[in-house]
Design a protein around this ligand. Structure first.
Ligand SMILES: NC(=O)c1ccc[n+]([C@@H]2O[C@H](COP(=O)([O-])OP(=O)(O)OC[C@H]3O[C@@H](n4cnc5c(N)ncnc54)[C@H](O)[C@@H]3O)[C@@H](O)[C@H]2O)c1
Length: 366
């Protein structure tokens, strides 16, 4: 593909750990395809990690976000630090005039998220949260099918993130703790599927949940189960686990006239999806499904292409703070219901709720 003569978005990555490599590779691929971005620098508080990362991607390195922003003119900052260290670099980048791409979970709490939204509004810059599974062609086809009306009303969804993380996984000091990760598999792992489900079904109304620490020595839960009701009348069952040896990410949507399912683990392709039309509804369900896009894998690259496109056009890049807050809000609702042992309505989680300032509120009694 030819590289256009455009002024690239100068981009930096804060937090040069595991997921930052995916960011850097994706950004460099977009740079090769279109010339619309340029990865210029990385920041990490760990000098060894920083040096390896900067050398691997032939970019500059800084020990601190403030040093980066003082030295470089950047248009876009990707924040890939542990969840408890997202907001500081994000707000600093906004104040320096850059847009921000934030890894999931965006913040540790709703209160912190609202500070980020205030900074977004005050600076006129944008914050996009990573949720790569919204961007594969399968989910786009699913939304197209829903919008076409061919599948009828959404009735029921199953949203399972049954993953396996051994105890050694939690040796990394920020994992499994409320003050650094903000939660267990509900917040850190299931959030991928929860966010995708919400992107299809829209606003949630109420939730009833349980959370348990079944097998891992962590502060947070290692399993949660929730029943969620949506404004549109659909209901969903949501399972989040890091103790499940046969790992799977599973989403199932039952509409009046079609079932749509995807089974994958960390990213899907078109072949991971199945469509089942209700008897007598093969047409128009099949045509509406096949009218959607194809061959887009759900990965960071797919979302970053859309982010760059939106910024080039001067609009809000996906996933917006409104979208990301809805997901964090449901995660807070799951904890509020599980630890309060009571159903929770979406309107119950305002600034007066203990779950607004701490995901765990008064905390679990395991
Ligand atoms: N979207 C996905 O599929 C996906 C997958 C894995 C992780 N993540 C998310 O990415 C984020 C990072 O996860 P990871 O597995 O890469 O973690 P990691 O521990 O491998 O990397 C984090 C890096 O941030 C650095 N760091 C910590 N505080 C910093 C600060 N204040 N300034 C600069 N650097 C700092 C650390 O030294 C480390 O190198 C988390 O929010 C995680 O949930 C997302």
């Amino acid at each position: 593909m030819s590289v256009k003569s455009v002024k690239p978005l100068r981009t930096a990555i804060v937090g040069a750990g595991n997921i930052a490599r995916r960011h850097a590779e994706s950004l460099q691929q977009i740079a090769e395809e279109s010339g619309e971005v340029e990865l210029v620098a990385a920041v990490d508080t760990d000098p060894g990690r920083l040096a390896d990362f900067a050398a691997a991607f032939s970019i500059g390195g800084y020990a601190d976000t403030g040093d980066l922003l003082a030295a470089e003119q950047v248009d876009l900052v990707h924040v890939c630090t542990p969840p408890g260290a997202h907001t500081g670099p994000a707000i600093a980048a906004l104040k320096a005039g850059a847009h921000v791409v934030l890894e999931k979970p965006a913040t540790l709490t709703l209160a912190e998220f609202d500070r980020l939204v205030a900074a977004e509004r005050a600076t006129g810059r944008y914050v996009a949260t990573v949720s790569q599974h919204r961007f594969g062609s399968g989910v786009q086809r699913l939304r197209g099918l829903l919008d076409s009306g061919a599948a009828g009303r959404p009735l029921l969804a199953l949203c399972d993130t049954t993953w396996y993380r051994d105890q050694a996984y939690f040796d990394v000091e920020w994992r499994g703790r409320w003050d650094t990760e903000g939660g267990g598999p509900t917040m850190g792992h299931g959030i991928h599927q929860i966010d995708t489900m919400l992107s299809v079904l829209g606003p949630w109304a109420s939730v009833s949940a349980v959370a348990r620490r079944q097998a891992r020595d962590t502060e947070t839960e290692d399993v949660s189960l929730a029943h969620v009701a949506f404004d549109n009348g659909a209901i969903a069952s949501v399972v989040n686990s890091v103790v499940s040896p046969r790992e799977e990410s599973y989403l199932r949507f039952d509409f009046e006239f079609a079932t749509v399912e995807v089974r994958h683990l960390y990213g899907y392709t078109d072949t991971d999806w199945t469509l089942t039309a209700a008897p007598g509804h093969e047409e128009p369900v099949t045509s509406a499904w096949e009218a959607g896009p194809a061959s887009i894998r759900s990965e960071h690259l797919a979302q970053f292409r859309e982010i760059v496109r939106a910024l080039r056009e001067g609009g809000a890049p996906p996933v917006t703070t409104t979208d990301a807050r809805r997901t964090l809000h449901l995660v807070a609702g799951i904890y509020a219901s599980a630890f309060g042992r009571t159903p929770v309505a979406a309107g119950d989680l305002g600034p007066d709720s203990p779950h607004y300032t701490l995901m765990q509120g008064a905390g679990p009694v395991w």
